[in-house]
Design a protein around this ligand. Structure first.
Ligand code: 3PY
Ligand code: MG
Length: 253
């Protein structure tokens, strides 16, 4: 089976770069993958605008490139996780994992028996290798999101669950759970660092969605290993805004 380069990097303690895609455009996903600029692309099917059909098309165009296709599913649901993997995701991010039981449920949905309860089926999988069924359990990246006060307090136990490959912090949900949204502040930062420490104790890498390039670089320095920041939406918005201001300034000269 195709080696999961993102998982390999994480296992070696290296940073994995990721382009986060919300807008539901397979054409943009194809461009981002063909440019070969990121280790991975995450298609956000929780808050992004992917339908089952556009998600499949995006996985079809990313799959043959070197970029590792990842999907964030809408909830911790074995059916959604199984469908994302059968469509060609090489890793799945599961939101709002608040307990050891929920982490075990997420892992189980991503692993074929006897390690888990993933159902065998699908046709696209074999483009990754004839031995997909035998090899997938050790090549699929399982990411669980720690993004509530409850989850932070149990982060060591959650991240220690066998089969969990990485913890990922959702700063927005964490701020809501802490009661400080939209501010972050020192309590939020302490919770973020507590999850990183939990990852170190459990021997698992931790990532988070950064608010700026500066933050992403600082997080990498702190020890975070999966640091998406730029999204398709932000890339579009920032460039259009910059262009609009420059155009306006030029016309007013
Ligand atoms: C959050 O900020 O809660 C996330 O899940 C990142 O999108
Ligand atoms: Mg969230």
């Amino acid at each position: 089976m195709r080696t999961n380069q993102a998982l390999g990097r994480l296992r070696r303690g290296e940073v994995v770069t990721c382009f986060w895609m919300n807008l539901g455009s397979p054409l943009l996903a194809e461009m981002a993958a063909r440019w070969n600029a990121f280790d991975s692309i995450l298609l956000d099917a929780q808050h992004g605008y992917w339908t089952e059909e556009t998600l499949l098309t995006a996985l079809q165009v990313i799959g043959p490139t070197e970029t590792v296709p990842l999907v964030r599913v809408a909830r911790n649901d074995p059916a959604l996780i199984g469908r994302a993997l059968d469509a060609g995701a090489l890793g799945v991010m599961v939101p709002l994992v608040n307990s050891v039981e929920e982490a075990k449920q997420a892992v189980s949905a991503m692993r074929y028996p006897p390690a888990g309860s993933r159902s065998a089926g699908g046709t696209r999988l074999f483009y990754y290798g004839e031995d997909y069924y035998g090899a997938a359990n050790s090549e699929i990246l399982c990411m669980v999101m720690i993004e509530t006060v409850e989850a932070v307090s149990r982060a060591v136990e959650i991240l220690s669950v066998p089969g969990v490959d990485m913890g990922f912090i959702g700063p927005g949900d964490l701020a809501i759970s802490l009661g400080c949204y939209p501010q972050r502040g020192s309590v939020h930062e302490a919770a973020v660092m507590k999850v990183l420490e939990a990852g170190n104790k459990a021997g698992k890498p931790v990532g988070l969605l950064s608010a700026s390039l500066e933050e992403a670089l600082r997080r990498a320095q702190q020890g975070f290993r999966f640091i998406p920041q730029l999204t398709d939406y932000l890339a579009f918005r920032e460039r259009v805004t910059e262009y609009r201001h420059a155009l306006q300034a030029g016309l007013n000269r």
